[in-house]
Design a protein around this ligand. Structure first.
Ligand SMILES: *[C@@H]1O[C@H](CO)[C@@H](O)[C@H](O)[C@H]1NC(C)=O
Ligand SMILES: *[C@@H]1O[C@H](CO)[C@@H](O)[C@H](O)[C@H]1NC(C)=O
Length: 509
């Protein structure tokens, strides 16, 4: 059978290739016949080839034909593993932009993507949450197995609601997680699963959830722990939380994800450094950093709300809050100027000592200690690598002045000074306030804490700080704007005072 074809093939080839042939005339085919034979040969080859190909392969090929999305899914998944960095990042972006896939395709992708890609997807705006595997089932056992079973026993003796107990335990864990060398112990003792369990149990408490994610963000500072964090299902939790309409939830999640995302970030956000913008990977070039530093009794988010707003949960969900923002630097500044990285830093402040929980923390309260601590954190976050604008409220302004003065003395921090373009003081007590005097008389201010002492009116330390700052501000040509409050601050239910009288805040400008 084959010989017939081979014979034809030979004749055909001879006829086609050899133009001025010297084969016998009887063997030559005329032009028309030549082409027919050639075509037949081609068809035969094709049939022969197909019969050898497995039917399953054919089926798969036709399947790919029918569903181009599937094909592009696998191509994209392959690209996310590329050794070329830009290709990898682009593939993650393209993957996230597919909104027309079937449910099973997302599930397939969730199974197939690696850790790096999952983190990248979680940091893509409005990504479909089906890309993330849900946290694995948790092992059986008591809630507070971490650190022995003393706690369930203690709990059985009291009537304190378990949510409160958990909240206190979490605060203790938050303190531990601030110490880098404690983090691997937390993970080694099953802390990640424990936190996951509490997180799932307390879906109604935003505060507990924030504390948990704050711990995860701290653990993520040690890159050796990333695999354990991802494997215990935190990426899906963070991906959901970063899309929260509540800025505090979203910012905590954004920090944890940024610390995990070593493919797109070099900076690390330590405890107390919050990212208000951008919350995700971005193609926008970042042109400057704006740093918000809160004051006495303030906090990274609370200080920057539009005003006090006491809506009930029902009103909140009904959208009464439409015009209200819980954090204007995020809601207004970031939407007006998307090319800014906006950070908010947080440190504990207490008006009187009886609110301080840990006696060992007392030394942490001096301005000098805080300045050194924050400068280290800001350096890790890459502040100083591009133009910086500081916005400081109340005592935060004293801290900013102290930090800038300390930075001029440290050659490693000279980029921070060089790149500081402007400082905005917002009710800063440049010469002290009446607060310290009030504190003697007022029930709420039983014991003036160290920072209130530092705020004494006309304190020589504050005068020096201010004079030195003015001299470097002139040297380095910082643009400084200072303004004061005219409305009294409500400190407790019974007291309203003007924390910073106009003349104290105004005199430095
Ligand atoms: C065709 O598939 C079968 C199993 O499905 C396999 O054993 C066989 O080796 C395949 N043949 C070819 C030519 O790939
Ligand atoms: C980070 O974690 C690894 C692994 O658990 C541990 O060996 C290492 O000491 C940790 N690094 C620091 C600085 O604590």
């Amino acid at each position: 059978m084959y010989t017939r074809y081979i014979n034809l093939l030979v004749i055909c080839l001879l006829n086609i290739i050899v133009i001025n042939s010297n084969i016998p005339k009887s063997m030559q085919l005329n032009g028309h016949l030549r082409i027919v034979v050639f075509l037949q040969f081609i068809i035969w080859i094709f049939q022969n080839f197909l019969s050898h190909v497995n039917v399953s392969v054919l089926e798969r090929l036709s399947h790919l034909d029918a569903d181009p999305h599937e094909c592009s899914l696998w191509l994209l998944l392959k690209k996310t593993q590329s050794t070329i960095w830009t290709e990898r990042l682009q593939a993650v972006q393209d993957l996230a932009q597919n909104h027309y896939w079937q449910d099973y395709q997302y599930r397939t992708a969730a199974q197939a993507i690696d850790h790096r890609t999952a983190i990248g997807l979680a940091r893509t705006p409005q990504v479909d949450l089906r890309f993330f595997l849900p946290p694995p089932a948790l092992p059986e056992g008591g809630l507070w197995c971490f650190g022995g079973n003393g706690l369930p026993y203690a709990q059985s003796l009291t009537t304190i609601p378990s949510e409160k107990v958990e909240s206190f335990c979490l605060q203790a864990l938050v303190q531990h997680s601030k110490v880098l060398s404690h983090c691997d112990h937390i993970v080694a003792n099953g802390g990640l699963h424990l936190l996951q369990r509490v997180y799932q149990l307390r879906r109604d408490s935003q505060k507990i959830q924030r504390n948990i994610v704050r711990i995860i963000g701290n653990l993520a500072l040690n890159e050796s722990l990333h695999t354990a964090i991802v494997q215990s299902g935190w990426v899906s939790v963070l991906a959901e939380m970063v899309q929260s309409p509540h800025i505090m939830q979203a910012s905590h999640a954004a920090r944890a994800l940024a610390n995990l995302d070593r493919d797109a970030e070099v900076q690390k956000y330590q405890d107390g450094v919050y990212i208000l913008n951008p919350h995700c990977r971005t193609n926008q070039p970042i042109k400057a950093d704006v740093l918000f530093v809160h004051g006495l009794l303030g906090a990274a988010f609370k200080t920057w709300r539009q005003k006090d707003c006491e809506l009930t949960e029902d009103e909140e969900s009904a959208g009464v809050q439409e015009d209200y923002t819980e954090c204007w630097p995020k809601s207004w500044l970031a939407s007006d100027c998307p090319n800014l990285r906006i950070l908010s830093v947080e440190y504990d402040t207490h008006l009187s000592d009886w609110r301080a929980k840990c006696p060992a923390e007392n030394q942490r309260k001096s301005l000098a200690y805080r300045s050194g601590e924050l400068l280290k954190k800001l350096k890790a976050a890459g502040v100083g690598d591009r133009p910086v604008i500081w916005v400081a409220h109340s005592m935060g302004g004293l801290l900013v002045k102290k930090m800038l003065l300390d930075a001029t003395k440290d050659p490693e921090l000279s980029p921070l000074v060089k790149n500081t373009k402007g400082v905005l003081f917002y009710s800063v007590p440049h010469y002290g306030t009446f607060m310290a005097e009030y504190s003697v008389n007022v029930r709420y201010l039983l014991f003036p804490s160290i920072e209130v002492k530092e705020l004494c009116r006309d304190s020589p330390a504050l005068r020096d700080l201010n004079e030195n700052f003015i001299s470097i501000a002139k040297d380095q040509e910082f643009k400084v704007l200072s303004f004061a409050e005219t409305q009294p601050t409500s400190i407790g239910p019974m007291i309203k005072i003007l924390v910073v009288p106009g003349q104290s805040a105004g005199r430095s400008s």
